[in-house]
Design a protein around this ligand. Structure first.
Ligand code: IMP
Ligand code: MG
Length: 181
């Protein structure tokens, strides 16, 4: 059972739902009259993205990109690889990048630079979670769900070794699962 590997629940399903709704309302207000293109950074953000778009009432489009920066462990390797690129051009579009978690900033600083070079009309970042203590590369973020301490979390799309993404809440993983205490 996945449950047994969770030390503590950080955000319940209800708390996540409420916060996602609040973020969607801000996006609705900020992009009024526009048609944002939401780019989900796979795989971690797929659950957040699915819930977020269903709370947004503006016309919007979606696209997906997959990058990998972590191996099987819990810290970034610093190397970012594009595993799947976007299906559409983003030139002239109002792009909103949707991420699960902003940690060292490696992944997003690389990704944002790459997307900016494609000349979108605007580009903003929306992350469900932010772990500012671990930042080594500065990244400007316009929409943040929750700021969290330096703990390894899973669920609601976030994984450890590709598992736990299907937990409906966000929890702190027991360190023994990844070989800690
Ligand atoms: P960064 O490049 O260090 O900012 O890492 C960003 C990526 O690392 C995220 O998209 C996640 O896939 C992964 N990551 C960072 N912290 C966690 C965590 O606590 N749980 C699960 N994945 C994480
Ligand atoms: Mg991951």
């Amino acid at each position: 059972m996945l449950e047994q590997d969770i030390e503590r629940v950080l955000f319940t399903e209800e708390e996540l739902k409420q916060r996602v709704k609040e973020i969607a309302q801000r996006i609705d207000a900020d992009y009024a009259g526009k048609e944002p293109l939401l780019i989900s950074v796979l795989r971690g953000s797929f659950v957040f993205m699915a819930d977020l778009v269903r709370e947004i009432t503006l016309p919007c489009t979606v696209d997906f990109m997959a990058v990998s920066s972590y191996g099987g462990g819990t810290t970034s390797s610093g190397q970012v690889k594009i595993v799947k690129d976007l299906s559409e051009q983003i030139e002239g579009k109002d792009v909103l990048v949707v991420e699960d978690i902003l940690d060292s900033g490696n992944t997003l600083s690389y990704l944002l630079k790459l997307l900016e070079a494609r000349h979108p009309a605007s580009i903003r970042l929306c992350t469900l979670l932010d772990k500012p203590e671990r930042r080594t590369k500065p990244v400007a973020v316009q929409y943040t769900g929750f700021t969290i301490p330096d703990e390894f979390v899973v669920g609601y799309g976030l994984d450890y070794d590709e598992k736990y993404r299907n937990l409906p809440y966000i929890g702190i993983l027991k360190p023994r699962v990844y070989g800690g205490e």
